[in-house]
Design a protein around this ligand. Structure first.
Ligand code: SF4
Length: 283
């Protein structure tokens, strides 16, 4: 049996960024990206062809008729400044991320500001560039050790990257509630959180001898890795992997097992359905 256990297909923000790229490609002769639009290498390549886009290279001469499309996860102010006045700037940042920017409390010397995220992720870099008064807590390192180093004031604002794990978000929130008063807290992205919760619920009680899980996603995708880790944590003996298609799977490992597929947010519906169909044929 092969079963898809989460919502699947592109999330709202990825669809939004794709529409921006395709729209721009239709009306502009040269379209550039500074980073992959979404974290899915083959899909990004396909979209770049569709949107008639190429990667911007430093020193390239831009024309007012050209356009640059800035990534779905956000961008730094420095990156935006490179293109100011030189070409059309198309901001493809997910509207959920933009909404958060609009709500973040302004700097106040009596408040501590904490951002939880992956240090080099595009969303983290973009956020910290817009709000440099935040201290970064890297979600891939020891959270308590980092928080212990930050001299917290009586009040604190806590914002996470949209796709960190719910468990790391909770750990930081718990710590801050014990050491300060939270005057503003934002949650992780509800669409990603829903997929993660669906995946955990479906596999947490499965017998590791007779079951296997796959997160359909690209190795470069932060949310694919987070969903994988959340599933591995929920059922530590259950084997699983991240894969975009069946070509990189070890079929010996899958033999006589039921397979549960969760979907990352930067994978289209057809890819998830094809993975399911290929597995059904192969096992
Ligand atoms: S996962 Fe959420 S925040 Fe990230 S692009 Fe998708 S909808 Fe936006």
């Amino acid at each position: 049996m092969v079963k898809i256990i989460t919502d699947y297909g592109f999330c709202f923000g990825v669809n939004y960024a794709i529409e921006k790229l395709i729209e721009t490609g239709k009306k502009t002769s040269r379209v550039y990206l500074t980073h992959p639009l979404i974290h899915n290498v083959p899909e990004n390549e396909r979209l770049m062809k569709l949107g008639n886009a190429s990667f911007y290279e430093k020193g390239l001469t831009m024309d007012k008729k050209d356009a640059v499309v800035l990534s779905a996860h956000g961008h730094t102010l420095e990156e935006e400044a490179i293109f100011q006045g030189k070409c059309e700037i198309v901001d493809a940042t997910c509207p959920l991320i933009i909404q958060r920017y609009l709500k973040v409390m302004k700097e106040d010397k009596d408040i501590s500001y904490i951002f939880l995220g992956k240090k080099n992720h595009q969303e983290t870099l973009g956020f910290l560039s817009h709000f440099p008064y935040f201290d970064l807590v890297d979600s891939t390192l020891d959270l308590k050790a980092q928080l212990d180093q930050i001299p917290l004031k009586k009040k604190c604002v806590f914002i996470p990257q949209t796709t960190v794990s719910k468990s790391s978000w909770l750990a930081v929130k718990d710590y801050l509630e014990k050491h300060t008063t939270l005057v503003q807290v934002m949650d992780i992205c509800p669409l990603y959180a829903k997929r993660s919760a669906q995946a955990i619920q479906a596999i947490k009680d499965l017998d590791p001898q007779t079951n296997y899980f796959i997160v359909c996603g690209d190795e470069t995708s932060s949310n694919a890795k987070e969903i994988y880790h959340a599933m591995a944590l929920a059922n530590p003996n259950l084997k699983g992997t991240i894969a975009l298609d069946s070509s990189c799977l070890d079929f010996n490992e899958l033999k006589n097992k039921d397979i549960y597929i969760a979907s990352a947010t930067s994978v289209n519906k057809e890819t998830v359905e094809k993975l399911k169909a290929d597995l059904e044929l192969a096992i």
